[in-house]
Design a protein around this ligand. Structure first.
Ligand code: AMP
Length: 219
């Protein structure tokens, strides 16, 4: 199954992606993670992206689309994919369709996780991540077994520099203006399914299994 995850920052896309990729052996591609890797390597692209990411603004479409195209084209064919954080603009949604047509792997399901701003701020400011394993924790809602360290890899957890309240408000404004309209784009294609992002990802799991089965029957 080829899936696109949509929703505001902090709606739980990353946590849901974690569950989905474990249950359905999907290839999880997060453009936020890809950009952070490039920034860490200090590649040309990483250097260009850095100031946008730090301010909570969108990285220009051409840069992110190039990064995603490289990843998708070299991805193993047998696995379905799970796109997290892309597309974020109408232009990206159109580029994605063109790219996926080229590699004959169209999006089959767009999952939209909705969530309100207060909850998003509480979630994001308490979020801690393990950069290597990709696991996501929360200091109150989903604490690791040993404070400050990942349960799986044992690596120290970090707080993303863009996970502060001011940047979250900025990211939310950017989301409302640029990304929310894409929900309609997938609705028009008849592949959009909505889920309640206020629920914890474990509670969404059963709902998700049913949605995926239902969509698989339709495809
Ligand atoms: P995320 O990890 O998805 O919250 O993304 C973190 C940051 O990376 C965003 O606030 C943007 O600055 C940048 N970013 C990630 N994906 C995209 C995208 N598809 N288009 C533009 N910028 C992106």
């Amino acid at each position: 199954m080829n899936i696109v995850l949509l929703g505001p920052p902090g709606a739980g896309k990353g946590s849901l992606a974690q569950l989905l990729k474990e249950e359905h052996s999907l290839l999880h591609i997060s453009t936020g993670d890809l950009l952070r890797e490039e920034m860490k390597k200090e590649s040309d692209l990483g250097k260009q992206a850095k100031s946008y990411v730090e301010k909570g603004e969108l990285v220009p479409d051409e840069l992110v689309t190039q990064l995603l195209a490289n990843k998708l084209k070299t991805a193993p064919k047998q696995a379905g994919y799970l796109l997290d954080g892309y597309p974020r603009t109408r232009a990206q949604a159109e580029s994605l369709d063109a790219l996926l047509k080229e590699i004959e792997r169209p999006v089959q399901l767009a999952l939209y996780l909705d969530c309100d701003l207060d909850l998003i701020i509480r979630r994001i400011t308490g979020r801690r991540v393990a950069p290597k394993s990709g696991r996501v924790y929360h200091i109150v809602n989903r604490p690791p077994k040993r404070e400050g360290f990942c349960d799986e890899s044992g690596e120290p957890l970090i707080q993303r520099p863009d996970d502060n309240e001011e940047t979250v408000r900025k990211r939310m404004a950017v989301y409302l203006e640029n990304t929310l309209p894409i929900v309609q784009y997938y609705e028009d294609q008849g592949i959009l399914r909505k889920m309640d992002g206020a629920k914890e990802s474990e509670d969404l799991q059963q709902e998700l299994v049913e949605l995926i089965d239902e969509q698989a029957r339709l495809n």
